[in-house]
Every structure is written in C-alpha cells, then in structure tokens.
Design a protein around this ligand. Structure first.
Ligand SMILES: Cc1cc2nc3c(=O)[nH]c(=O)nc-3n(C[C@H](O)[C@H](O)[C@H](O)COP(=O)(O)OP(=O)(O)OC[C@H]3O[C@@H](n4cnc5c(N)ncnc54)[C@H](O)[C@@H]3O)c2cc1C
Length: 384
C-alpha cells in the first residue's frame, strides 16, 4: 500500500474541503435547528460529481472506489458538515446495486447515484434484532408478478430525504422453502409503507425513523439482484458502510481538534493562553495523534476494499472502532478546551457530541466489533 494519495485524490480532497468551507458548521447546525435539510449542499456536491465518485464511469460516475468516497465523507465532516446520508446512499445503496444489482437495476439507478439525484435510505435494524441481524423478521412473499413485504425497521436515517429505501428482509427460497436474506428497493410512498420520526438527542439535519411494512406491494424488479443474489448482495454494502462511517468520524475528529486548538491558542485568562497549559494542550495533541492513526486505518480499509482484499472485514471493523473512539476523544478535548463555550451552540463543538456518540453505536457497535476481533483475530471462543 502506498501511503501517498495520488494527484486526483489530493485534488478531490482540496475541492471537497473548499465546498465544505463554503457551507460550514453554522449552516449544518442552522439546518438541524430549523428542521430543514442540507438540500443545497447535497445538490452542489452532486453537481460537482463528489457524490458519484465511486459509481462506475459507464453510468456517469467518477469510476473511483471507496477510497475516493471516504475522502468526500471525511472532508465534508472536517469542514463541519458530517452527512450520514453519504453513508447510506452512495456508500451502501449505490455499491450494492453496482455490485449485485441486475443489469436493469444498474441502468435504472446508477446514473442517479452518479449525480446525486437519487438518494436512498438503508434499513436493516429491527426493534427486536438490533446487533443480531440474523434475527430479523421482516419478510417478503411472492404475490402474482411481485412481492408483499411485512415487518418493521427502526433508526432508519433520512427517510424524509429519500424516495426509496433498500430494505434487508427474508424471502422463502423458491426451491427449499427456507427463509434466506434478500434486499428490496421499497418506494417510501408505496401503499402499505409508513414511517415516523424518532425523537433523538442528536444535533443533525438528518433524522431517524421507524418504518412499518404492512403487506406492502412491490413490483418484481424490486428484488435486488434477482432471486439468486443472496447474502453476497448484502455483504457488498456492509464494509463500505463501516469504512465511510470511519471517514465521517475522522473528519469530525479533525474538525474538533482544529477548533479546540484555535480556541486554546487565543483564549487568555492568565498571562499565557489556555493552550499553554499542558492539561489542555495534551488532550488535544493526543486526539490529533489518535485521529491521524484512525485515518490511516480507514485508508487501509478503503484500499483493501478497493483491491478486493480478504482482510477487508477486519480492517473495516478496526477503522470504524478506532475512528469513533478517536472522534469521541477529540470532541471531548475540544469541549474542555472551550470551557463553558464548549457547551454553547455558538462555538460549534458541543453540537457534534451526538454525531460522534452515534459513530460508536452504528452501524455496528463498539462491543460487536470487539466480539468480532476477539473471535476472528484472536481465535477466542464466541461469547454470545
Ligand atoms: C444515529 C443513528 C443512525 C442509524 N441509522 C441507521 C440506518 O440508517 N439504518 C439501519 O438499519 N440502522 C441504523 N441505525 C441503527 C444501528 O445500526 C443500531 O442502533 C446498532 O446496530 C445497534 O443496535 P441496537 O440499537 O438495537 O442495540 P442492541 O443490539 O439492543 O444493543 C444494545 C447494547 O448492547 C450491546 N450488545 C448487544 N449485543 C452484544 C453482545 N453480544 N456482546 C456485547 N455487547 C452487546 C451493544 O453494543 C449496545 O451497546 C442507526 C443508529 C443510530 C444511533
């Protein structure tokens, strides 16, 4: 692996950072407070090609990989505009369709992902099957030419901003009758689909929803990859999800360290600045190192994914773990450096507390990553 980014990747980083700077954290917080969406930012990022960097060129995308998409996620977050919709729509949904969709599904959806005009939510979590996705009960059954979907999902991000949700469910195998995983493209306004916002303690323009499917009627072509796609289709999206959440957290960590250092370097209540006290400088310096290490881990995971490396799963888990922990530490250090101002909306660091805490929980929690590492990397007995 080459640690240097190539010229195109560096240019992408600079360009996305400049877009993020144009909007800034105040914009993101104002949208969160007013209940509005970051529509202008999304549309401009789409027009500039940033949302479609990983979509294959033949469908109008940039032809890059998760490495490029991670750069977009990280730089928007580092500019104070972390967007979860980047994770669910271009990273998961577009990747699943590009890798596992039928040729018709690729033609129908990928050009819209390339320019950002398609936005798609992703739904796997269920009320009674959070960390244990083997336990999901949302089920589809054949009905005439199409399908009927029943069940419910929880914590689904951005349903009010998307038209369609990629829903992980179960489907009875036509030959054996056994239930197996299958994914469906479900229009959010299909008859039998309802969704309600969940009140969350999380400053963000993006909201989470409970979704209900009551015998929702779906056309035949809504089954991703057709009857035989199976588990591979789902796995195509899970590592990009972890890697881009890691990039999102790294970006927030960078933003927090920069804000903390700027404030500590200018605030004076004694003879020297607040930053001249090691009690304030060291946590910021430690966070700088930890965020930097998490960025390396994220880059390794993205590189491995783009090479189809079998170690991608372990690398993606490590990166997500390291990035969430580093970002939580960075926001905490930045809040402390700001004193009381760290808790104000005006200084824009306390506003990120929910975002970094969410990164420790979703899409896979810190504890489930440690379970994975204990079992698969260390060879210990499965604990659950
Ligand atoms: C802001 C936000 C956005 C989200 N967006 C989406 C989305 O768009 N789509 C979607 O499908 N989901 C989404 N989620 C859901 C998220 O993926 C889940 O919250 C997460 O997978 C954990 O599931 P749970 O909340 O049911 O926790 P639970 O599974 O109930 O776990 C509760 C706690 O117990 C721990 N735990 C569980 N099992 C074990 C074990 N075996 N060993 C040790 N500890 C264990 C967990 O780590 C956790 O700390 C989102 C969540 C949040 C907070």
């Amino acid at each position: 692996m080459d640690f240097r980014e190539n010229d195109e990747q560096r240019a992408l980083r600079v360009a996305v950072a400049s877009l993020a700077a144009k909007y800034g954290h105040e914009y993101w917080v104002a949208k969160a407070r007013s209940g509005e969406k970051t529509t202008e930012l999304w549309a401009e990022a789409g027009r500039l090609g940033y949302l479609g960097v990983a979509v294959p060129e033949e469908y109008g995308g940039g032809g890059g990989g998760i490495t490029e998409l991670s750069i977009v996620c990280e730089e928007l977050a580092a500019g104070g505009c972390p967007l979860l919709l980047l994770v669910v729509s271009p990273a998961i949904a577009a990747t699943v369709i590009a890798k596992s969709g039928t040729p018709e599904q690729r033609r129908a959806w990928l050009p819209g992902f390339a320019d950002g005009s398609v936005r798609m939510s992703f739904a796997i979590t269920e009320p009674d099957a959070g960390s244990n996705s083997h336990r999901i009960t949302t089920t589809a059954r054949p009905d005439g030419d199409g399908w009927r979907l029943s069940g419910s999902k929880v914590f689904i991000s951005g349903v009010d901003e998307t038209d369609t949700t990629l829903v992980v469910s179960r489907l009875a195998d036509a030959r054996t009758g056994k239930l197996r995983p299958a994914m469906f493209l479900v229009p959010n306004d299909a008859p039998g689909v309802e969704y309600r916002p969940i009140p969350m303690e999380f400053t963000s323009p993006e909201r989470q929803f409970t979704m209900f499917f009551d015998e929702a009627a779906l056309p035949a072509e809504s089954l991703v990859g057709g009857e035989d796609a199976g588990l591979g289709a789902l796995f195509a999206g899970l590592n990009p999800e972890r890697i881009t959440v890691a990039a999102y957290a790294c970006g927030i960590g960078r933003y927090a360290v920069a804000r903390g250092a700027a404030y500590a370097g200018s605030r004076k209540v004694w003879d020297g600045t607040i930053g001249s006290h090691q009690a304030i400088a060291h946590p910021l310096a430690k966070s700088h190192i930890e965020v930097d290490l998490a960025r390396l881990a994220t880059r390794r995971a993205a590189w491995a994914y783009d090479q189809d490396d079998p170690a991608t799963g372990e690398y993606a888990n490590s990166a997500k773990y390291a990035a969430a922990e580093a970002a939580i530490g960075a926001v905490d250090a930045a809040v402390q450096a700001h004193g009381g101002n760290g808790m104000t909306s005006e200084y824009g660091v306390g506003t990120l507390w929910g975002a970094v805490r969410a990164a420790r929980i979703a899409p896979v929690s810190r504890e489930m990553i440690l379970n994975f590492v204990a079992q698969h990397s260390l060879g210990l007995d499965r604990s659950y």
